[in-house]
Design a protein around this ligand. Structure first.
Ligand code: BES
Ligand code: MN
Ligand code: MN
Length: 462
């Protein structure tokens, strides 16, 4: 066994308790009320980087929340790994659905995590996974096994669209130069069947607002004679999918890269049980685009979903009105070669076109992001494959994920580097949901696999 892997094993208890300290700070990027906690979290990560043995660690200001940057240059002639992660987390609400305080981590056993899992907001997404790199680095540093130079770029705005990161990257190209970007912010199929994420979906986010009469109206005096924005918006939204589960926005599928039957056949070999999927979500029947499997629907096919809707009176009892407005937040997940700006444009055009004359429609565009696919023949992928094979005792399979990390495509464009998505979470870890957790075993396997990635990446690059 590598000595750094042994070191990690011996120090695992401390590695867990240190992660707890980070998880205790509510670094919620979406809500400005938590601004101070963002700064505290950044500072704590800086401290941990310094303790782990980097040459320098800095808190670098941006137009938004700061980026924690750290580096250890062992030898300029060695390859450089740029580690990306994020210290911001999603809001914890609905807080009443958590079994314990989301910012006071506890360890509990679950069916899929018989050795225990850390329950806390950010445990998996992404503080726990980001911190695996700090601890793996510490292990390599302490045992003299650093095979590559390492740069850390830990941002605080991923959950709100990474809006400051592009400028940050453009202004620091020299600082961030390297050979590969390594990210642990995704998942794997299971501990028994490891996988490497080879694709991410892109994103188009919009908000729509339908306005009818200039004020809420008495639904008795006016009902039946004035279009109700809530009724109208529901109908418009319902029409965005046809009976085959396909999105009706004109041109939406024009640039979708259709996979060959061979590629689809390969995908279908990954283990998946529709029954357990349904059971875990307590749904009696799955849904989606006709002629595609659940795995395909959540990875290689684009989607359109309402994330939130509001209109009229939602308090206690009844209030007989026709609301003046109705709104919805909608996101579309995109696949290669869809372009987020183009899709937002097509959506806007379509949504305005289907609006009846009785209402007015506004569409506001939010952040977007490009889809990503990574090749499986690069030194980075091969190093990840070898490293996982060694720690898990099984060769990982490539899997395209349905989630999005929009900056990955930007990194490639601005820094000329591919990203390797070396994630250790499970889909069932409830990221973004109440009771988010991260398996202790997953955490440990991550910390043990990362040093091997460094080792094999150095070998494959020389
Ligand atoms: N880490 C997730 C993305 C992810 C999770 C990808 C699991 C693949 C598997 C990331 O923090 C995230 O939540 N991204 C957002 C997009 C962002 C623009 C808010 C998402 O996918 O909704
Ligand atoms: Mn994340
Ligand atoms: Mn997230």
């Amino acid at each position: 066994m590598n000595t750094s892997v042994k070191f990690a094993e011996e120090h695992m208890d401390r590695f867990v308790s240190e992660l707890f300290e980070i998880l205790k700070i509510p670094s919620i990027s979406a809500d400005p009320a938590y601004k101070e906690h963002m700064a505290t979290t950044a500072k704590l990560i800086q401290d941990y980087l310094i303790k782990a043995g980097v040459d320098k660690a800095e808190i670098m200001e941006t137009n938004g929340y700061p980026v924690v940057y750290g580096e250890k240059i062992v030898d300029p002639s060695l390859p450089t790994i740029v580690v990306y992660g994020h210290y911001d987390v999603q809001p914890a609400d609905p807080i009443e659905l958590w079994d314990a305080d989301p910012f006071d981590p506890v360890i509990r056993k679950t069916e899929l995590h018989p050795d225990g899992a850390i329950f806390a907001r950010g445990s998996c997404d992404d503080k726990g996974q980001m911190f695996m790199h700090v601890k793996a680095f510490e292990s390599m540093k302490n045992t003299g096994e650093l095979a590559c130079n390492v740069k850390f770029m830990i941002e605080g705005e991923e959950e709100v669209g990474s809006s400051s990161l592009e400028t940050f990257v453009k202004e620091n190209k020299e600082l961030l130069s390297g050979d590969v970007i390594l990210i642990s912010d995704t998942g794997m199929l299971s501990l028994d069947q490891p996988s490497i994420t080879t694709g991410l979906r892109g994103l188009s986010a919009v908000e729509v607002k339908v306005t009818g009469p200039n004020r809420d109206l008495h639904s008795g005096l006016y009902g039946g004679a004035v279009a109700n924005p809530a009724n109208v918006l529901s109908k418009m939204i319902a029409s965005l999918h046809d009976d085959n589960g396909r999105i009706t926005v004109e041109g939406f599928y024009d640039k979708v890269d259709e996979l060959s039957l061979d590629e689809r056949k390969l995908m279908s070999e990954a283990p998946f049980s529709q029954d357990s999927f349904n059971k875990a979500l307590n749904i009696s029947k799955e849904w989606g685009e006709r002629d595609y499997s659940t795995m395909e629907r959540t990875s290689i096919r684009p989607t359109l979903d309402v994330n939130g809707m509001w209109s009229g009176y939602i308090g206690e009892g009844t209030k007989t009105i026709i609301p003046s407005t109705a709104s919805a937040k909608i996101t579309m997940r995109l696949v290669p070669d869809q372009d987020p700006d183009e899709i937002s444009g097509l959506f806007t055009e379509h949504f305005k076109k289907i609006a009846p004359e009785s209402v007015q429609v506004e569409v506001v565009l939010y952040h977007g992001g490009y889809p990503y696919v990574s090749p499986t023949n690069t030194p980075g992928y091969l190093a990840a494959e070898k490293a996982i094979d060694e720690t898990f005792g099984k060769k990982p399979i490539p899997v395209r994920s349905g989630g999005s990390i929009p900056i990955v495509t930007m990194f490639e464009r601005e820094l000329g580097m591919k990203s390797i998505l070396l994630g250790f979470g499970l889909d069932s870890d409830a990221i973004h949901s109440p009771n988010e957790h991260f398996g202790l075993k997953n955490y440990e396997m991550g910390i043990k696999t990362i040093p091997l990635f460094h080792k094999y990446f150095a070998q494959l690059m020389s």
